[in-house]
Write a protein that binds this ligand. Sequence first.
Ligand code: ADP
Length: 853
Amino acid sequence: MELTPNENLYKEVLQTMSEYVIIQEKSGKMIALNENAETVLGVKSEFFTDSSFQQLEYIKEDGTPLPYSQLPGMITLEKGIPFYNYVVGVIDPESSTKWLSINSKPLNMRKDGEQAALITLSDITERKKMEQTIIHAKEEAEKANLAKSDFLSKMSHELRTPLNGILGFAQLLEIDDSLNDEQRDFVQEILGGGRHLLSLINDILDLSRIDTGQLQVSIKKVDLQTIITECINIVQPLAKKKRIHIHNQLDQSQTMSVLADPIRLKQILLNLLDNAIKYNQEDGKVMIYSYLKRNDAVIHIADTGIGLSVEEYQKVFVPFYRIKGTQEEGTGIGLSLVKQLVQLMGGKISVTSQKGIGSDFYFSLPLPDDLKAAMHWEEGVIGLPIKSGKSEQYCLLYIEDNQSNLNLVKNILKSQSSYTLLTARSGIEGLDLARTNKVDLILLDLNLPDIHGFEVFKILKTNENTRDIAVIAVSANAMPKDIQQTLGLGFDNYITKPVNVKEFLTTIYETLTSTINQNIPEHKILSTGPNGEEAVSAKTLQLSLKDLKKLREKNYTAAIAMHYTGNNWARAQIEGLKTTFNKMGIRVVAVTDAEFNWEKQVADIQKILAKKPDIIVSLPIDPLSTAGAFQTAAQSGVKLVFMDNTPYGLEAGEDYVSVVSADNYGNGAYAADIMAEKIGFKGKIGVIYHDADFFVTKQRLTAFEKTIRESYPDIRIIARSGFTSPNDGKELADAMISQHLDLKGIFVVWDLVAEGAMASARALGKHDLVITTIDLGTNAAVEIAKDGLIKGSGSQMPYHQGVAEAILAGYALLGKPAPAYVAVPALKVTKENLLEAWKLVYNKDPSELNRYI
Ligand code: ADP
């Protein structure tokens, strides 16, 4: 091929490049545009031909072989696809692999129309080597970091074990009345020093967990004011010692919410406040103030202390850095931990300061946006009730090889007359004692000299005589993932060393007494039972370990006769029942679905009775028509527990155990409150009620109408229609909306029917209609989440209703008195607490709901 003068100039330019540039034609012919083959490939250009390229061996970046036909140039020639910086290795048997970066581009400028590719090759072997060195160094560093974190967690374990003795015995001395004042001071010194050491170990552990990405924060909407007040109360005694005044300048009347992990936020504030006091002067001041800046809240902790120089601003956040000449005790970990925690929660921290005048540490935290705020459940879930004065006797067994820990627990339990303690120094000895004594609870150290605690646990659970003993792990390992793993194996509880004496006793007591209970919010129940009975909250029901043991010995059976099983409500209720029966050692022999047909339900009960169950839990479809069948069951001695309704003629305490329902009245009242709020407290509304003798839906309606009448005088109910089938919703709402064009809202006593009303409003173009209802089916929940027509609901908690029914059946079998009417508290659901509410209603992770939103 002849080159024009212009092409000659290009060739000159090409000569100066460090790449090897060639044109390759489809026929296989290659034209080198410069002579850099030697620099790039180590061979003179003139010796290079298509076949010499073919003879080489190529590999991809990951080391796998690359056939010649798959080289970028070849593909460009074949398919016209260009490549940029494609990395190919050329294996050189005599030395190491040569790495090339290849560009190839289809060449359309050929006069003769022959297909060709312009290819440039550059040698990147050095760069590759460097990259590999860096990757290797990074891997080494990660390994070292893991080793460090492993070392720290082991160290922390080793330090915690002796601290258990120090803090434990000091706590026992603290409550000993015979000590004089001086001795009391000594004990406080020991406790102070020990606790300081413990918090240090925890800080170091936290830092190492952040380093290895193991520290997880659980972010939720938290009220800043509450947390700040709590922290000020904690540091107040320290401030008083130096006569330092803490000014909380946050507007007390306003709530300011931020997105944070409440425990970690407290840790941050306590650290900053602690420093603001520590590095302050006598009679100094500490100010706390906060404001909003774009999407963040900014919180300042300012002091009138010794201050920092500009050069020290960043350094104070480096682990273990302490300013030279600092008189106060410390380690230099606090601020580095604070910085990492703030960053983990999506914020930033900074400081401004002036030597001798004071410092101002400030950090930002994200504000909850609407959707995130919508996912929060405001009401606290109240912990287990702790009863006192119980005179039951329990036998405890502590399996532990460390003598000091054994002594400590012996001494802690000495004052507890209801416990007798057996001790074992090894796993084998412990298993022996558990088999030969009537033990109620085992405290199990996990690091035993002979067999690991997990193995001991497994053996306990496989042995008939020991499998019902409650087991609490006692370990110096405080890593959350280990605690979770242990509880996941079925341990009843976990106590970390060093033990806090009060918590230790509470945990033992709770494990022994509240084996099955209900983790639900506590409210006053407004409903009364089907026969006007006063409600007892489901929260008060519980079965103790002893109860469970008795029940499990008997191999009882139960059957569940549902009216219908095709919806979430019924499924959740069945699940609550089955899970609880399983814990009680009660086998479920039948679950029937009457498909809303009372005749089928009567037949179902007859079939169930043939199986001779000890318990039947059922929702009677019709109080009259099903009465005979339930009467027969009662007479044959079956313990009957009802959901929501009771058959006519049967008496509580005589023929049946109890009836369990939601607080239907409370839920109806909630639906009224939400309606009022959403329509602006005035206007005309309609109600769609259940046209049947069903006390549950009747109570909802009564509560709704009464609440509107008595609490919202500017709202008028101007239309009422009754449904007989769940499919009536649309038709009834169509008529209601077309007749009353100024209707602002409709209350429907059941969410399934509310869906019909929703479809009607949409079809008629009434997009501002407010619908409130009862319960939280998936469709209603999604509509609430989207701020659609359904604005809220008063919901039942079917899973927990199931748990309550199972417990009540247990009461009857144990011969314990059971309340005639038990209700699960009402639950107000709006967009604001939707996800938490979903969790309470179905006992399932709300992520299931997230899928639909
Ligand atoms: P420690 O207080 O245990 O030394 P920190 O990480 O909390 O560890 O703080 C690091 C250093 O920063 C401290 O040693 C101190 O010199 C300096 N410092 C921290 N807070 C203040 C403050 N409010 N005023 C002046 N100096 C401070």
